[in-house]
Design a protein around this ligand. Sequence first.
Ligand code: G4P
Length: 281
Amino acid sequence: MNVQWFPGHMTRAKREMQEKLKMVDMIIECRDARIPLSSENPLLLDLAKDKPRLIVLSKQDMADPIATKAWMHHLTSENTKVITVDLLEKSSRTKVIDAALEVMKPKFDRWKARGIGARKIKAMVVGIPNVGKSTLINQLAQKKIMTTANRPGVTMALKWANVHPKLDLLDTPGVLWPKFDDAKVGIRLALAGSVSEKVLPIDELAYYAFKFVLKHYPEALEERYQYSGDDVQAFFEHLAKLRLYVRKDELLLEQAYQTFLREVRQGTLGAMSFEYVENVD
Ligand code: G4P
């Protein structure tokens, strides 16, 4: 994934998002439970401040449950409900639909009072890349309905999917760009796979990931790699030897960096979160 956001591209994506937002009653915002803050997009708040919102923290199976609980509390507000899901589980469908109906209940009640009882909710899924938007849409529709390019700024014909007697969903998500203004955010996005690792020097990213895991989940290093020290250089040399990343007498450290980053990103070391409410600036 090549994340290069050009101003023209951004303007187009923003305009497209504004058009779509006009058509919906509520938004279902997908964020990665491991990085609930870094995977938000500030523009969305700007464009859709008053829309009822359901934040779906996806990949709960890969996130630290204690951190996730704190995030749920932190992100909940008057017109925003937060739930966590494993979108690979079929049961996530009912959880999301029930929560969406709950978010819309005040509006439903108002419609009813005005005699507009039969109106269905129109919703759209939004979020930055790789947070599970397509998985969520297909899960809600109970089939693969993603038909057009899942990229920002790509104009497409919109179709509605009837996912529940009271809920219609746009068949394509609103794709937002990640935040890039803060280096820490960029690192977290790369750790979770929402931007390519290539946006950062791989050794720096791997070093950061090691220090992070050492600080928060040291037992994972011991269990997965039988490493109990705290020396970053020594760790990657150990990993290169362990996985036989050796050519002649030379250790292929770059392969060790890639392996470690992939395993952290895929949750191979166990469930972990990459940011915590306590550290919100
Ligand atoms: P997007 O449309 O927002 O870009 O995300 P998409 O649905 O394509 O999901 C990105 C990846 O994350 C997919 O894996 C998908 O299966 C996985 N995923 C989504 N939600 C969950 C979840 O709740 N739990 C887990 N464990 N995985 C989830 P993929 O196709 O293998 O892609 P990748 O991992 O190779 O990027």
